[in-house]
Design a protein around this ligand. Structure first.
Ligand SMILES: Cc1cc2nc3c(=O)[nH]c(=O)nc-3n(C[C@H](O)[C@H](O)[C@H](O)COP(=O)(O)OP(=O)(O)OC[C@H]3O[C@@H](n4cnc5c(N)ncnc54)[C@H](O)[C@@H]3O)c2cc1C
Length: 466
């Protein structure tokens, strides 16, 4: 993470001139919220209830011009800048203490061009809104697995999801972006214009500017697909996880199988898989059959024809806004028996029944993109292993944080050493470098070109090359 210390409003931040806060209030279409204003408390909150930061002001941006104005104000006032898309940052990077939050949540437009199979989406759009707009035309592209997540942070960090193995990451499907740079210029990044910037936006996070529009490639899908949950009782969990590992290793690209250890409604732990096939329902049946029928019999098999948008929202209940979360991940090259044993052992001791331990499948089309083709590295991983501690009582913080750290430590010997940048907390520069591997030096040079003063530093920060 960058320097998150609070910065006092200086210069014209308190002033009444056009460059001061009153000028910003008068000029911003979306409005400005300050402590004490109605709506400030709700707007400063992020998804993770562990984050409790108080910006000096929240610029509610409704247009790219609002974004430019907000940046001009922050630069003039010497304020730190936090950029908020959907507010799902695990680390709480999209808010700040004492600085300016550039809140993009009012920018929620999505325009689909069914003939070109593209969509243009604004940065406040959430996954559910994006999927609904594209599915209205029988189209989709890769997004994550919680419909409340923002497309902006997700895409800029990479974007793993159910379609990733068949069509690549969200960032692989990013055709172009409109960006407000640190110096206030608006530019377009595409294969034709500023292609180096597009390269950096495909996984390099919010380091290079504020994206005010994303243009995606879409693919035909559904709207009805084959998917749903399979659940195994704890007594069968070890065999089921081994069966799952073998199934994933041989699965065709259009199959995605998201494994999860969770606590069932009766308080007993279970192993579950959210299975999906990105083809017609008839092709999904034989593709998912080995998982459903060749291993230990699931206690519940809920796989069937389902609307893709419903499948995408099916896990939303696990991750409500405002709960306390601690999240730490590793990429795995595969799922060895010893790793399964360690995961089961640690999940048996999970302190909160709300917590889950996810195995997000990767590979397929994600792995076929060369590592240097985009900022996103770590393309060879088979799974992202994510222990997610979830609880409500602040008095239980230590026990829950300790659990997710213990899982992370136990999985170290089985991990690739790489990490998904969007699953990082405040873990330091070494882990950010682990997210980018050999691409880090090129990203640092790009940062020096597009944001030499590191204005955009409240993120998984790439320092400008000297
Ligand atoms: C419940 C849950 C489920 C998730 N599931 C998945 C998943 O399936 N797949 C996956 O890939 N990830 C997943 N994630 C991780 C997710 O990708 C990140 O949390 C991501 O940062 C969320 O984006 P956001 O816009 O909501 O976040 P924000 O908190 O708004 O922003 C995250 C970061 O991006 C920057 N940023 C945001 N908008 C812009 C912009 N327009 N221009 C420049 N910088 C910007 C922010 O400054 C911040 O540093 C999940 C997260 C949660 C909490």
């Amino acid at each position: 993470m960058g320097n998150t210390g609070s910065v006092k409003a200086e210069g014209s931040a308190e002033g009444r001139g056009p460059g001061g806060i009153e000028g910003l209030v008068a000029g911003l279409g979306g409005g400005v919220l300050r402590p004490g204003d109605a709506g400030y408390e709700g707007a400063r909150r992020l998804w993770n209830g562990m984050v409790d930061k108080r910006p000096a002001a929240i610029a509610r941006c409704a247009t790219p011009e609002d974004v430019r104005r907000a940046l001009r104000f922050a630069r003039g006032a010497g304020l730190e800048v936090a950029v908020r898309g959907g507010g799902h940052s695990i680390a709480g990077a999209s808010s700040c203490d004492g600085g300016l939050m550039v809140d993009l949540s009012p920018m929620r437009g999505v325009r689909v061009d069914p003939a070109r199979r593209t969509a243009r989406a604004e940065p406040g759009v959430l996954l559910g809104g994006f999927d609904a707009a594209t599915q209205a035309h029988g189209l989709a592209t890769t997004m994550g697995v919680n419909s409340d997540t923002g497309i902006a942070g997700l895409t800029l960090g990479g974007g793993l999801g159910r379609l990733g193995r068949s069509v690549g990451l969200a960032c692989d499907n990013l055709l172009a972006a409109e960006v407000v740079l640190a110096d206030g210029r608006s530019v377009r990044a595409s294969e034709e214009e500023n292609p180096d910037l597009l390269w950096g936006l495909r996984g390099g996070g919010g380091n290079f500017g504020i994206v005010t529009a994303f243009e995606y490639r879409l693919h035909p899908l559904g709207p009805t697909v084959l998917g749903g949950m399979l659940l195994w009782d704890w007594s069968a969990a070890r065999d089921a996880m081994r069966h799952y590992a073998a199934f994933c290793a041989a699965a065709p690209d259009e199959v995605d199988a998201l494994g999860v250890l969770l606590t069932g409604p009766d308080g007993a732990p279970m192993f579950a898989v959210s299975a999906f096939c990105a083809g017609p329902v008839a092709r999904g049946e034989p593709a998912l059959r080995p998982l459903r029928e060749d291993g230990p019999r699931p206690a519940q098999d809920l796989v069937g024809p389902v609307a893709y948008t419903a499948l995408q929202a099916s896990a939303d209940g696990l991750f409500p806004r405002g709960r306390r979360y601690h999240w730490k991940s590793h990429f795995l090259p595969g799922l060895e028996d010893a790793a399964i044993d360690a995961l089961l052992d640690l999940f048996a001791r999970v302190p909160s029944p709300m917590s889950v331990l996810g195995l997000q499948q990767a590979g397929g089309a994600i792995a076929r993109v060369p590592t240097d083709a985009t900022a996103y590295a770590n393309r060879g991983a088979a799974f992202d292993c994510i222990p997610i501690a979830i609880w409500e009582d602040p008095a239980r913080d230590a026990a829950n944080v300790a659990w997710s750290r213990a899982v992370w430590e136990a999985m170290r010997p089985f991990a690739t050493g790489g990490v998904y940048v969007n699953n990082l907390g405040e873990e330091g520069e070494e882990r950010i470098r682990a997210a980018y591997g050999a691409n880090y030096a090129r990203l640092a040079a790009l940062k020096a070109k597009y944001d030499p003063t590191n204005l955009f530093r409240l993120n998984q920060n790439i320092r400008p090359a000297a």
